[in-house]
Design a protein. Structure first.
Length: 256
């Protein structure tokens, strides 16, 4: 893994060093890779002093290895934090990445806050999707992309998701199977740090009741991203950034 290629320093980059630097670790979803966060990273460019981490999970893009469960992905994230000596970490996970964030936050005291986008304590997957990914992956990818966006999404935005899933199609079936086998209830009970739950206001991939159950678990409410389906980081990166940045400012002091 080429660590530097996944890291961006924002703000003036010199006022908070070492353990005071806030490390934002973004975890992508099934069949995606770290580049899915590019539009959100641009929003952070003029924000406070952060280190932005957008690694590709094993088996995605050029990342070596393979994981076949949310627990295995979580172990990889914990190892990423450890081997890069990160402190003051905020995990920001989307969909499958949200599940990984929940499990990881229950395992590490380096994690000081969690943002969960379009995810839940369970992530049911229709058997038709799994069968389609095995028997007709290209058509199924287009179907997934169609369901992942609001009606207002542009063709360009949808094509971006299709192209990314096509690039990562070898991992897609295993990722969706990992989601179906996941149960985050026990892990969520162990989380004692601030949690922000976010969902697109038109998300049909992760139904509203899953986000509501997740928010109730942490005694909070769901922050809704306007004009967005499941892929808020593509459809409305500005509003997503604003929600994350405000949450961090309110809950994670640079002096912690």
């Amino acid at each position: 893994m080429h660590f530097d290629s996944y890291v961006q320093t924002t703000g003036n980059g010199n006022s908070k060093q070492g353990e005071r630097m806030r490390n934002l670790l973004f975890i992508h979803g099934a069949g995606n890779d770290g580049s899915i966060w590019n539009d959100v990273k641009k929003q952070f460019a003029e924000a406070g002093d952060y280190k932005i981490h957008t690694p590709d999970l094993p088996g995605h893009a050029d990342q070596q290895g393979k994981c076949d469960s949310i627990d295995a992905y979580s172990s990889w994230i914990i190892n990423y934090i450890s081997r890069n000596d990160l402190a003051n970490v905020v995990l920001i996970g989307h969909s499958m990445g949200g599940a990984i964030a929940i499990v990881s936050a229950s395992r590490s005291d380096k994690i000081k806050a969690v943002v969960i986008i379009g995810s839940g304590l369970k992530l049911p997957v229709n058997s038709k999707i799994l069968n389609g990914l095995k028997n007709s992956p290209m058509q199924t990818i287009k179907t997934i992309a169609k369901w992942s966006f609001s009606f207002s999404a542009s063709t360009e935005q949808k094509n971006k998701a299709v192209q990314m899933m096509e690039k990562n199609k070898e991992s897609l079936y295993d990722d969706f199977l990992a989601c179906r086998n996941y149960d985050g209830h026990a892990a969520a009970e162990q989380i004692k740090v601030p949690v922000l739950v976010i969902a697109g206001d038109s998300d049909v991939m992760t139904p509203a009741e899953l986000s509501e159950e997740l928010a109730n678990c942490f005694n909070t409410t769901v922050f809704k991203i306007r004009n967005s389906g499941h892929m808020a980081q593509i459809e409305n990166p500005e509003m997503l950034f604003a929600a994350i940045n405000s949450f961090i400012s309110e809950n994670l002091s640079v002096n912690q």
